[in-house]
Design a protein around this ligand. Structure first.
Ligand SMILES: [Cu+2]
Length: 474
């Protein structure tokens, strides 16, 4: 029995690769490093391996010039963030499955063993291959039934950021987490070398409050928005040394497009599953939509600081919330709260001033919330609660982060005078220029902009009133 098979049989397949390596070291057995890569160190083939935050890269074995990989489709227990654990489906013990890495020109042989309760298949998304290796159940191959192992073999004739996922009962299998990244490095090296290469798979989940299994029938009302199947604050930070060239490869196998935004830099969009684009096609952006089924590579030179990196769909940076509930913004619910408490002891009305108070109540222990369900926003920063969750993480860039060191450096220490600060606690401070009708004591409470700022007041009769800008004209 091969060493690797022994470990898999011992249940080590449930452990992340780093743990697996440690287990191997601790057992004192000799093990070869073939196919295991270290982010930050170039491989024998000359490429810089990718780093998959919260994830790992699948080791391979060379067999007569062919790179052999082995994927196991199986049910797993997955934690989205502390306080939310679900029964999901993935590969080799994780969702997303391990990242597969290879080089243009490589011959690959990928074994797929099915340990799910239903059939499956694997489609190699964006990769050029013989039709019969394309993994569409019923079209190009029979199903891989539970207990069976199929083999896929093809030669890689392209480079770029690709993905893998089933094309068999895919509504269920994708909703349960079956997906992974497939990175092919160019055989002739990069136009411009990168120092850090990150791979992130975007996904959505309908893990309804109080439940433990994702609901595959949901089409729009998702509860969790994830990077590599984790939600903030459990998503690893992306780290870099000041001045390093960072590439972030993003794939999207969710049901929504995600406009991914990086603070602090204008990045260049440099590639996709079509490969790294020619230089003249690179374009500057600060937000790039990664549409469903697409991959996009972005690159930037890292400036020092803590920089938010997130989807710009505002709901995608929140955690589970009720759908289809009444809008309570600006509504005094104090009477209602007492009535509901007679039916639901402990009920707490919220949302009158926005939902920011939700996290304070949850953190303060006033409100327990449903079992196995995260608060809408969670995570503590150096300045208090972080008002975002879901598809959100930080890019942490430090002058003294060693090349190849991917450990989290903690919070940024801002130089003196470089943090936004309070200069007044007076709401009337500074006489700012304003237009429109401001909600207040003499209004009906609705902050409706006035459409007749010039019409209804008998001309420019020298009134200052709410229209402060007119004062500047005199
Ligand atoms: Cu999004």
């Amino acid at each position: 029995m091969k060493r690797r098979n022994f470990l898999l049989a011992a249940g080590a397949a449930m452990l992340p690769a780093t743990t697996l390596t440690r287990v191997m070291a601790e057992t004192g057995h000799e093990h070869h490093n073939e196919g295991e890569t270290t982010p930050g160190e170039r491989t024998d083939q000359g490429y810089m391996p990718v780093h998959t935050p919260n994830g790992w890269t699948l080791p391979y074995e060379m067999n007569n010039g062919v790179k052999e990989f082995h994927l196991v489709a199986e049910e797993i227990e997955h934690e989205f963030a502390p306080g939310s654990v679900a029964r999901c489906w993935g590969y080799n013990g994780t969702t997303p499955g391990p990242t597969i890495e290879a080089v243009e020109g490589d011959k690959v042989r990928i074994y797929v063993t099915n340990r799910l309760p239903e059939y499956t298949s694997v489609h190699w998304h964006g990769i050029h291959l013989p039709s019969g290796m394309d993994g569409v159940k019923g079209v190009t191959q029979p199903p891989i039934h539970p207990g069976e192992t199929f083999v896929y073999e093809f030669e890689l004739n392209q480079h770029g950021t690709h993905m893998y996922h089933p094309h068999a009962d895919e509504m269920v299998q994708m909703a349960m987490g079956m997906m992974g990244m497939f990175i092919i490095h160019p055989k002739d090296g990069e136009i411009e070398p990168v120092d850090r290469d990150y791979a992130i798979l975007l996904h959505n989940w309908a893990l309804h409050p109080g439940t433990r299994t994702p609901d595959p029938s949901i089409m729009v009302d998702f509860d969790l928005w994830s990077m590599n199947s984790k939600v903030f604050p459990a998503i690893d930070s992306l780290v870099a040394k000041t001045g390093e060239r960072v590439r972030v490869r993003m794939g999207n196998l969710s049901m929504w497009n995600h406009p991914m935004h990086v603070h602090g830099v204008s990045f260049e969009v440099t590639g996709s599953d079509g490969g790294r684009w020619p230089r003249e096609q690179w374009r500057k952006e600060t937000t790039e939509i990664v549409a469903v089924g697409q991959t996009r590579d972005i690159e930037f030179v890292a400036p020092p600081g803590d920089w938010a990196f997130h989807c710009h769909m505002s709901h995608h940076t929140m955690n589970p919330m009720g759908h289809g509930i009444a809008n309570t913004l600006g509504v005094d619910q104090s009477g209602l709260e007492d009535e509901i408490r007679t039916l639901l002891p402990g009920y707490m009305a919220m949302g009158e001033h926005g939902m920011a108070d939700h996290q304070d109540h949850t953190d303060g222990g006033h409100m327990r919330g449903p079992e196995n369900t995260l608060p809408m926003g969670m995570g503590q920063g150096p300045f208090g609660n972080i008002g975002m969750g879901g598809m959100f993480t930080l890019i942490k860039v430090r002058d003294d982060q060693e090349p190849g060191d991917f450990s989290d450096p903690g919070w940024y220490w801002h130089p003196d005078g470089e943090v936004a600060r309070r200069v007044s606690s007076d709401p009337d401070f500074g006489n700012p220029v304003r237009r429109g009708k401001v909600a207040g004591a003499d209004s009906d409470g609705l902050p409706t902009p006035s459409r007749d700022a010039h019409g209804g007041h008998g001309g420019h009769g020298g009134h200052g009133g709410h229209n402060g800008h007119e004062g500047h004209n005199h």
